[in-house]
Design a protein around this ligand. Structure first.
Ligand code: C5P
Length: 238
């Protein structure tokens, strides 16, 4: 998987594997990376990831692990072993709040188990502050502190609002992966998200991956919603 600025990830936030399959088919030729989150994974387990891999898609497993180091590392190891045709997940999330010991244990587990499973090591990214959080008045500082912790612990990058992406990019350099949810094209419903930005602003702020759920998943026509977002991304990327 080549990482470059502004790749679109669609969050398969649906209740059943059938619904997920319908979305993936509707977005064929438009979207290549899909996120499997706690809802779909709890409903149908690793099969959701294996399905994506069979279809030649990239799978981002967003289970936001946050536990004692041993348990979090074991969960990452299990995630690395979800494979199909010699490929595994491309990225996986943990909460930076889990602390350095948990994050380092996860990195070690991912390295070791990727070798055992014979797959590429997935990118590990830390959740800094959820994009639905708006009450704290020191969010930027918190995000930077947690991003520093992620980097020092050996993670590849962070999940953060694109409102903080420019700061993160400046502080941690071009190779640090920035994943931004809370993307809302103009005129789309914000829902429970608080720190939202448009796709264009997310790219301008330096995001590598834009995670979009409801604006595509709940659109009357998901394919044209995704195409509109990609158009906006391309206009900024040039
Ligand atoms: O529907 P919406 O575009 O708000 O979906 C955003 C997706 O990104 C959801 O699957 C949510 O769990 C996820 N996410 C987030 N904020 C984070 C990390 C992940 O919204 N910090």
């Amino acid at each position: 998987m080549t990482i470059h600025k502004g790749q679109l990830i669609v969050a398969l936030d649906v209740a059943t594997l059938d619904e997920a399959k319908r979305l993936v088919r509707a977005l064929e030729g438009i979207v290549d990376i899909f996120k499997v989150s706690s809802q779909l994974f709890t409903a149908c387990g690793p099969e959701a990831v294996r399905y994506l891999l069979r279809e030649g898609k990239e799978a981002f497993l967003d289970l936001k692990f946050h536990d004692i180091p041993n348990t979090a590392a074991a969960a990452v190891a299990a995630a690395v072993h979800i494979t199909e045709g010699g490929r595994g997940i491309m990225m996986c999330t943990l909460h930076a709040l889990g602390g350095p010991e948990m994050l380092q244990a996860a990195v070690q587990a991912a390295r070791k188990e990727a070798q055992v499973a014979g797959v590429k090591r997935p990118l590990l990214v830390a959740i800094t502050v959820l994009t639905s959080e708006a009450k704290k008045d020191n969010i930027a500082r918190l995000v930077l502190e947690r991003a520093a912790l992620a980097k020092e612990s050996g993670l590849d990058g962070v999940v953060a609002s694109s409102q903080e992406a420019a700061l993160i990019r400046r502080e941690f350099g071009k190779d640090f992966v920035i994943v931004t949810p809370g993307i809302r094209p103009k005129d789309s419903a914000v829902g429970d998200q608080k720190r939202v930005t448009t796709p264009a602003d997310a790219i301008a702020n330096g995001s590598d991956f834009l995670v979009v759920g409801r604006p595509v998943v709940s659109a009357p026509d998901p394919a044209s919603a995704a195409k509109e977002i990609l158009k906006e991304i391309r206009q900024v990327r040039g």
